[in-house]
Structure formats: C-alpha cells, structure tokens
Design a protein around this ligand. Structure first.
Ligand SMILES: Cc1cc2nc3c(=O)[nH]c(=O)nc-3n(C[C@H](O)[C@H](O)[C@H](O)COP(=O)(O)OP(=O)(O)OC[C@H]3O[C@@H](n4cnc5c(N)ncnc54)[C@H](O)[C@@H]3O)c2cc1C
Length: 381
C-alpha cells in the first residue's frame, strides 16, 4: 500500500529558489514539504555571483552564508580591460547551507527523492505527487505546488526564448600555476569565455557559442572545439592544467515561462525565468523570484480576496525582470559588436521588441537590474 504524506505546500527542487521559498513559507506558518532528487553537496553551474547577492542574502537574514567567497573579476570586453569585486560560490556548500536554513525553519525535506507526475486531487482541489525515494514510494498531498525544479522544471508549459540560441560548453580543470583574478571573462571573435577558480582549487571553464555552431557535432568534435576556443584565450588557456571531466554542453539561452502562476501552483527560479549567464545574476534572481513568489503564494492561500492581484503582481514582476535583463545583455553585446562586427554579436546586440532603448534608460531602472559598464557587474578600472 502507498503511504500518503500531507502538507499545505509541496516545493519541488532544493536549489537556491526552492530552499528560499520553502523557508519563507514555513516562517509564514505553512506546513511545507520539499523534495530534492540530488544528494548534496553537488556541483552546479553558476559559481560566479555578482555583488548584489549579498543584499539578497542580507534581506533573507543570512549574514554569514557558507560557501560564498569574495573574489576578483577581470574582464576583457569591447576592447577594454576591467577589474571588479565579485563572489565565487562553492555551490555544493552554498546550496546545502540554504537547504539547512529551510530545514531549521521547519521544512520537511525528502532527499534524495524524485517528484513525479503531479496530478489533481479529487474533491476539494490540490495536488497528489508521487515521490520515489530509494526503493520506496509515497504520495505527497498538498494544497499548493511550487515548481522550483530548475530549467527542466516539473510542470509543463510554453516558454518564450531569446531568438538567438546560446550553448554553453564547459568542463572542470586543474589550474596550472594560476595567479591573479579568480574569475576571468573574455569576449572572443564569435564566442565569449568565463573561467572561475573554485574554492576546491578546480577551474570551471565555460565557452558560450551560437547553438548552430556545435549542433550535430559528435562528442569528440565538440570537445575539440571547446578546447581550441579556450586555448585561443591568453587570459584562460595558459592557466589550465588537466581537464578533469568530459566536455559538457547545455542550453544557456534566456527564457521566460508563459505561465508563471495559477490558483494552486507557481513556478520560481529557473523554472520560471532563465537569464543570459553574462549577468552572473542567475542565482540572486532565482532567490528574488522565490521571495516574490512566496509572498504571492501566501496571499493566495491566506487572503482569497487578493489572490488574483498577488498572481498578477508576480507575473508582471517576472516580465519586468526578464525585459530588464534582456536590455542589459543587449547593451553589453552591442559594446562588443562595435569592435567585432560579426554574426555572433550582431543579433545579440539588439534588445527584443517591446524593450525600451537601452541608452538613457539606466537611471530609471530598479536597483535589482541596474546595468554595470561591463559584464558580470564589473566596473572599469
Ligand atoms: C551555463 C550556465 C552558466 C551559469 N552561470 C551563472 C553564474 O555565473 N552566476 C549565476 O548567478 N548564475 C549562473 N547560472 C544560473 C544558475 O545556475 C541558476 O540561476 C540557478 O542555479 C537557479 O537556481 P534554481 O533553484 O532555480 O534551480 P537549480 O539550481 O537548477 O535547482 C533545481 C533543483 O531541482 C531539483 N529537481 C529538479 N527536478 C526535480 C524533481 N522532479 N524532483 C526532485 N528534485 C528535482 C534538481 O536536482 C535541482 O537541485 C548559469 C546557468 C548556466 C546554464
């Protein structure tokens, strides 16, 4: 017989978005059950975090988060060189810290456990979700479902993607006599690169290319492309030792869900919105969508009269953030296009229709998406 576990809210995904939302909802008095399929600590992309992360963590009351280290960023972009303060996260430690904070706030956590097949509950509404944990299975019944499952997410739905599709090729390396800035960003001819010296003394080296450039390539050819691009950069190539892993590829295109929230479900973090990694604000934005999203969930569950206003506010918040980041990315790409007038940069330099012109709009933007002169929130030296 299948066991049934009940909670007000089920959160699927224990990344920064899921842990943040689960904790906040538990502190607001809801019973919350979080399901995370991975064993922590685990590696995750997104280890160079723009300085705004400290304000987000401060607002959440996390004044000494584990796994976050101040670091220096060096960028070569649009023919200029820039230094800036940044943070490097050990995402294994950082994500475990956030999940532990949720547990301390009273969130029940099933991990490693896979949430599957959310189905509508018969009768008074809500959900029944099948959870697989080792060779056990139980049903989780809840009134509200929070999808914090990252890019693949749990709930279906259409996404609006940037027209120009970007693929990230990446792998982990030993450093070779690494000296100087921990985070290095460089614009190439038809690609850009980011290499980060991680706290465990490995290097995460990423190359961002047009999707068509590596689509259909066999694994070996993709790996050769990746390595050849890394070694064209004298900012990165000479500092890499041995490649410790294979060469991986993943989508890095910005996107937004067309359906963010309903009467008993919500998508937060990358399940709702993915940013161009150029910003280094993916993690902090995942956490702010969780903060805004959990406020919406609380209103929907506790104050029925304002439920539709709360949902509308959350939708418009996501759209505003997506548009501001599209404009910000276009602004950075357009700087580089002025020095490298090539096919990778030309379409990316155009803000999508419906966006305001970037130039001149800087002062009127909300703080969370205020553009900086160079990618990764760097400043000119
Ligand atoms: C190439 C690339 C580079 C990036 N670089 C940066 C960067 O430099 N800085 C930055 O801030 N951000 C960066 N990001 C973005 C960053 O990785 C994400 O913004 C962040 O991890 C999103 O957090 P999240 O909680 O929404 O999702 P995730 O961190 O993806 O967490 C989702 C969790 O859900 C779990 N899950 C999924 N489905 C299920 C299921 N069915 N059952 C149970 N558990 C499930 C997964 O195991 C996972 O732990 C980058 C992204 C990419 C693709």
């Amino acid at each position: 017989m299948t066991t049934t576990v009940r909670a007000d809210i089920c959160v699927v995904g224990g990344g920064p978005a899921g842990s943040t939302a689960a904790r906040r909802l538990a502190l607001l008095g809801h019973s919350v059950h979080l399901v995370e399929r991975a064993v922590f600590p685990r590696r995750r992309l997104g280890d160079s975090l723009a300085p705004g992360i400290s304000q987000v963590l401060g607002a959440l009351g996390h004044h000494a988060p584990a796994g976050l280290h101040p670091a220096e960023l060096f960028a070569r972009w649009a023919g200029a060189e820039h230094h800036a303060p940044t943070f490097v996260a050990d995402r294994g430690v950082f994500d475990t810290f956030l999940l532990d904070q949720a547990r301390t706030a009273g969130v029940r956590i099933s991990q490693p456990a896979l949430a599957r097949r959310p189905r509508r509950h018969d009768g008074d509404g809500g959900w029944r979700i099948e959870v697989r944990q080792a060779d056990q299975r139980f049903d989780l019944e809840c009134r509200f479902l929070v999808d914090a499952g990252g890019r693949t997410g749990l709930l279906r739905g259409n996404r609006r993607r940037a027209v120009t599709r970007t693929t990230a090729l990446y792998g982990y390396w030993t450093p070779s006599a690494w000296e100087g800035p921990d985070v290095r960003v460089e614009a190439g001819r038809d690609e850009w690169l980011c290499a980060t010296l991680l706290p465990d003394s490995t290097v995460d080296a990423m190359v961002f290319v047009e999707r068509a450039r590596c689509m259909g390539l066999a694994r070996d050819a993709r790996s050769r492309l990746y390595r050849s691009l890394l070694f064209t950069s004298d900012l990165v190539g000479p500092w890499l030792g041995t490649q410790l892993t294979g060469t991986f590829a993943c989508d890095a295109t910005s996107s937004i869900t067309e359906d963010a929230v309903g009467r008993d479900w919500i998508k937060i973090g990358e399940a709702a919105l993915t940013l161009d990694p150029l910003s280094s604000q993916g993690v902090q934005t995942a956490m702010t969508t969780a903060m805004q999203g959990s406020a919406a969930v609380h209103s929907i569950l506790r104050r029925h009269a304002t439920a539709s206003t709360a949902a509308a506010f959350y939708r418009s918040y996501l759209q505003r953030i997506a548009r501001l980041h599209e404009e910000l990315a276009a602004e950075h790409y357009s700087r580089q296009r002025q020095v490298e007038h090539r096919q990778f940069w030309i379409p990316r330099a155009v803000a999508p229709s419906g966006s305001r012109t970037v130039a001149g709009a800087v002062g009127s933007r909300p703080e969370e998406a205020r553009p900086s002169p160079v990618p990764h929130s760097a400043r000119t030296s």
